[in-house]
Design a protein around this ligand. Structure first.
Ligand code: 5AD
Ligand code: SF4
Length: 435
């Protein structure tokens, strides 16, 4: 099945961490076919673009990147070009019509078919939501020793139908993977050197077990795995922050004090128009309960400005909510109308107004981010070291709060989790010393 010289696979990943995970699994599936990964598209026998459809700009990037691949394909017609991910799911065959250099189109629920598609044993376009589970068909994750931090998808899809969002259409309905399968994958990762696992799902805290267990119960089980020192999860919906999960933040030291909890807007009117099914006040009360359980938790969020109908007062309410919570960092986006979503076609906020609001919100969030980072100076934090830094003898790792921390530590190896006293804060990182 495999040649003597391994074929080379180049993958470019756009968008969220779910795509990063899917890219790894696709690389593993193609690895079983004799492909090794390369980080140069020029050297590749196959180029795979794992795409994002969340905002218009993200989708347009695919077509400009495909344009850039045209000379490569012209020079080597046997180069295989595949498009995976959410644009593949949303646009299907249309991609090949618009960009005929594309050989394969595979959606996020059907990429276990990729090897057969490459061999020509399955149709070149596959965007099914197959009734069987792709995880049953993917090779086991046993390849080599791994980086100390890994992703693990536990839940996919979304039933929330926020009025702006394509995810329920591109990723489908909410599906939870069984607890036993997740535990097996986690144990396997830990056996290969992983010390930190980030559980992934579009609505990860909506995960539930086959026996009705909640997401907090899953985290408790995972915390029992010897050698798994850190657990994180992303992304969550406020309405799925159950008591069991909040209690897990109180009780489980391996669960990192960091929570990404998108709120999108601070205006009740806009939250309603977005179909978020909670008010600003309910979000604030939830934050109070989470902070009561874990006082040192750092909160992050997502915001959309310029949603149809957003007034100056609505925008002011968002700024107020940000002031009230105090975020460690946050993503903010200008609303991007997505065909097929309920908000598509609603009257848009003028572009200049949306731009000004985005700038104002980002300036506030930047100030909060800087303050949160500076508040780390003088504290002693766990740092999971990942790789050498820029300077000789320097190592870089991630703190409990996901800040990058640079430490002069020539004897330290990747995968070591050590206590570090934070000495200084740089624009995008911290500096510390081993204690
Ligand atoms: N326009 C702008 N931002 C969006 N997001 C999702 N859909 C859109 C859209 N149509 C943002 C939300 C979400 C994050 C992943 O992307 O803030 O939480
Ligand atoms: Fe999209 Fe809303 Fe589902 Fe998040 S909760 S994936 S924003 S529909």
């Amino acid at each position: 099945m495999t040649d003597q010289t391994p074929k080379k696979l180049f993958i470019k990943t756009y968008g969220c961490q779910m795509n990063v995970y899917d890219s790894q699994r696709m690389a593993e599936a193609m690895g079983a076919e004799g492909y090794v990964q390369t980080d140069r598209a020029e050297d590749a026998d196959m180029v795979l673009l794992n795409t994002c459809h969340i905002r218009e700009k993200a989708a347009e990037k695919l077509y400009s990147d495909l344009g850039r691949l045209r000379p490569l394909k012209g020079a080597r017609p046997d180069l295989k070009i595949g498009v995976a991910g959410c644009v593949a799911q949303a646009e299907g065959e249309e991609i090949i019509r618009r960009a005929p250099l594309v050989d394969l189109v595979v959606g996020p629920q059907s990429y276990h078919n990729l090897p057969a598609m490459v061999r020509g044993e399955a149709p070149a376009v596959n965007t099914e939501f197959p009734p069987e589970d792709k995880f049953d068909h993917l090779p086991q994750r046993r390849a080599t020793r791994r980086a100390p931090a890994a992703f693990l998808t536990v839940q996919e899809g979304c039933d929330k139908f926020c009025a702006f969002c394509v995810v329920p259409y591109t990723r489908g309905a909410e599906v939870s993977r069984p607890m036993a399968r997740i535990m097996a994958e986690a144990r396997d990762l830990v056996a290969r050197g992983v010390r930190e696992i980030t559980l992934l799902g579009q609505n990860v805290n909506g995960w539930h077990g086959e026996g009705g267990e909640g997401f907090g119960a899953l985290i408790r089980q995972l915390a029992g795995i010897e050698g798994l020192d850190r657990i994180r999860y992303t992304t969550s919906h406020p309405n799925d922050m159950g008591d069991d999960l909040i209690e897990a933040h109180r009780d489980i030291p391996q669960l990192m004090p960091y929570l990404h909890l998108p709120v999108q807007s601070g205006s009740d009117r806009i939250l309603k128009a977005m179909n978020r099914k909670h008010t600003a006040e309910q979000y604030l009360r939830l934050i109070d309960r989470i902070r009561a359980a874990r006082p040192d938790i750092m909160l992050t969020s997502d915001f959309i400005v310029g949603f149809p109908g957003e007034s100056d007062q609505d925008h002011a309410a968002t700024l107020r909510l940000v002031e009230q919570v105090g975020f460690g960092t946050a993503f903010s986006f200008k609303y991007s109308p997505r065909p097929g979503t309920p908000a598509f076609g609603r009257e848009m906020v003028a572009d200049e107004i949306a731009d000004a609001r985005l700038q104002e919100l980002q300036a506030l969030l930047d100030r909060q981010q800087k303050a949160a980072q500076e508040s780390m100076v003088g504290r002693t934090l766990g740092v999971l070291f990942e790789k050498p830094g820029r300077m000789p003898g320097q190592m870089v790792g991630k703190s409990d709060y996901l800040h990058s921390v640079f430490v002069h530590a020539p004897e330290v190896a990747p995968g070591e989790l050590l206590q570090v006293r934070i000495k200084a804060s740089a624009p995008n990182s911290l500096e510390g010393e081993l204690v």
